[in-house]
Design a protein around this ligand. Structure first.
Ligand code: ZN
Length: 408
């Protein structure tokens, strides 16, 4: 009697959660007009079979009934952004600095940004980084909050006065504090000209310590000299690289260094939101002039880099306040305006990013045993890359977070 009334109460109060518990291990089938596997493969009219949180099979569509059907649309792996700042936001007064804000208020903005990115089809993002990323990462991972799988650098290294041993100690501390990746600033901001800041020895110390601890390292570097030192030091990824020449592109390619240039969202977002940033630190008129002039320079660097066929160009937007949820703009800019083949742009935001982040055995492509992270976009991104902005279905770990494909 007691049990029966409990079940009845549960069913009445929470049908959704009861359903998700009861069917946690059920089989879900998704059919799509086209399926991109994230590694360059494409299949027409395919069915993905999901068992629990993982993909069991990718195969030809049969006449059987499926759980979700998208005959006109394209299914692909959930997108990955390897460089965001998940907590960055405009405060109550619309400004990008938020004095007086409570930690609870700040935390909610991080939750909001994470949700916006998930809804935009990004099922994994790497935040580069802030200590408050850690509880957010853990809350998402435990299923308490909806959001992309979150990786974090915790506390980036910016202090140029550290000794080599102190640099190593910084890396070790971050790992203890829960860092998935290490981030160092080896050059100034582009708003200050981008010159090298850390010495070659400091860069080498950080990269070798990270490697010794089995961690990847992202190096912020604009100046060509800082990019060279980072590639030689064996860092995982150079981010920005706005002042490189063919020589540095070739060096990164030969050293297997991933290159993460930004050209389609970061500076555009600052310019669109100028009023929210102007007057804060180096966000002055001179800084904005650097950024305005930076867009064509970044475009030129991207085009130069495209010519180096062995250079692995990943996709990290450096999304700050105002940019979360618009992450796909970077891929669209690369493909639509700068001539990157659409398939390469899609690989860059899926399997290649997973490679760079050390998680390619779980996410970034579609195949048996992979986590069931996938999205459906309205249209064919191979012929119209803007389809990446029309995300109608989002699944992460076998759970559907978005399905707005009415009429399909
Ligand atoms: Zn950044």
């Amino acid at each position: 009697m007691r049990t029966r009334s409990l079940v009845a109460a549960l069913a009445a109060s929470s049908i959704i959660s009861l359903t998700s518990v009861a069917f946690a291990q059920r089989t879900i089938t998704i059919r799509a007009g086209a399926v991109l596997d994230g590694k360059g493969g494409m299949q027409r009219n395919a069915v993905i079979v999901v068992e629990g949180s993982r993909i069991a099979k990718v195969g030809n569509a049969s006449a059987e009934t499926v759980t979700y059907d998208f005959p006109q649309y394209t299914l692909m792996p959930g997108m990955i952004d390897a460089h965001v700042h998940v907590g960055a936001h405009f405060g109550k007064d619309g400004r990008a600095v938020t004095p007086g804000e409570t930690p609870a208020e700040a935390a909610l903005y991080g939750v909001q940004n994470a949700y916006a990115m998930l809804m935009a089809g990004f099922t994994t993002v790497q935040s580069i980084g802030h200590p408050t990323d850690v509880p957010l990462r853990d809350a998402i991972a435990s299923g308490r909050l909806p959001g992309p799988r979150l990786l974090t650098a915790v506390q980036p290294l910016t202090d140029t006065s550290l000794t080599v041993e102190q640099v190593r100690a910084h890396v070790r501390k971050n790992v203890v504090d829960g860092a998935d990746v290490i981030k160092i600033f080896a050059s100034k901001s582009i708003r200050e000209g981008g010159g090298q800041t850390l010495s070659d020895e400091q860069i080498l110390a950080a990269c070798s310590e990270a490697k010794a601890l089995g961690k990847r390292i992202w190096v912020h570097a604009h100046a060509a000299s800082a990019v060279r030192a980072s590639a030689i030091a064996g860092c995982t990824t150079v981010t920005h690289g706005s002042q490189i020449t063919d020589a540095e592109a070739e060096l990164m390619a030969s050293r297997d260094t991933y290159f993460e240039p930004q050209t389609g969202l970061l500076l555009q977002n600052y310019l669109e939101n100028k009023a929210h940033y102007l007057g804060i630190g180096n966000y002055n008129e001179a800084g904005f002039k650097f950024m305005e002039e930076g867009i064509p320079l970044n475009d030129a660097v991207f085009k130069l880099s495209l010519k180096h066929k062995n250079l692995k160009m990943t996709m990290g937007t450096d999304a700050v306040a105002g940019a979360h949820g618009r992450n796909a703009n970077e891929v669209i800019h690369r493909v639509k305006l700068l001539g990157q083949p659409a398939m390469d742009g899609i690989i860059g935001v899926t399997s290649l990013n997973a490679d760079a982040m050390g998680i390619a055995d779980k996410v970034g492509s579609l195949g048996p045993g992979m986590e069931a992270d996938m999205i459906v976009v309205a249209g064919d991104p191979l012929t119209d890359i803007t389809a990446l902005q029309r995300v109608v279905f989002v699944m992460k770990g076998g759970k559907v977070y978005r399905n707005v494909a009415a009429g399909q």
